[in-house]
Design a binder for this molecule. Sequence first.
Ligand code: M6R
Length: 366
Amino acid sequence: ELGGHAHYMLKEIREQPETIHDACRGRFRRAEATAQFGGLNMTPRQLRRVRRIVFAACGTSWHAAMVGEYLIERLAHLPVEVEYASEFRYRNAPLDDRTLVFVLSQSGETADTLGALRESKRQGHPTLAIVNTVGSTIAREATGGIFLHCGPEVGVASTKAFTAQVAVLTLLAIHLGRLRHLSFTDGLAAIEAVEAIPQALGEVLAKIEPAILKAAQRLAQTKSVLYLGRDLHFPVALEGALKLKEISYIHAEGYPTAEMKHGPIALVDRETPCVFVAPRGALHAKTLSNVEEVRARHGTIISVGTEGDESLEAISDIFLPIPDVPEIVQPLLAVVPLQLLAYHVALLRGCDIDKPRNLAKSVTVE
Ligand code: M6R
């Protein structure tokens, strides 16, 4: 079943070029420069009436939703809120009939996410779900939604479900954008960027492990790690930190890069490494000066950046390159070195990777 891989987590990390492809299969509509979904159960007219989106989820699914927030705001100019399902279900969050609620769940069985779905439906709102497991409770109770089609995920640390969720959310952002202001040309460019990801990710996976091993050795004995990213990469930083915590038991925190100065920089010293998620983008020059600030405090710097970015490579102790792709699809590539990094750190520390302590694959109690 493991097909020659040492753990399910590693197998699932390496499967991602195919699982992203499977999540998008049949959903591109090039002739109209958009994406399509069979199961939303909403007409284009109903979707155009939507004025606000709420995503409710837990853990990694919550991080994927946050990438979705940035993408939908960018491509469709719709306000999005991302809620912890456990908070949403008991808060009296105001929803009106032009708010569309989505819950996101790999398993489709997470108790709090199911609770959020039921609360939204109880208030009379159509409530959609982005789910991997067909036949799960959330899939059955939602009024419509999108399946991830990424195959069963066995590793307790979620990996391929995250990239499948982000791929589907990118297509959803394109779909909602094309119902509003996104032009044919920009829609087509976005579709082509998503289509190119499986191959680009294959290239990352083929080349990156030696650099990851070096980075893992730097982290294996450390007590605490900061993960920093901004814009679309802030949730990627949160996800990288969660992966490290879950399977290696090293304390890790994700922060928006520029927020570092407002507190977390106090933690930086020779013993506290920083992982920057910093592919080239509109704010890159600002990120480089944040990296310099950490360097000045002698913190080890591991960075995920764009291939050929000599300025970032020169100021990093370990540079983890990803291919140069449009910003909207960078999270799909940038998260994978972080998954592998967590995996190799846990391996060096002798941890039980597929069954980390205190965690279950799906949390079916509150
Ligand atoms: O099955 P779900 O997506 O609803 O699960 C949500 C979280 O419990 C899950 O993502 C958890 O945080 C994972 N262990 C992350 O690796």
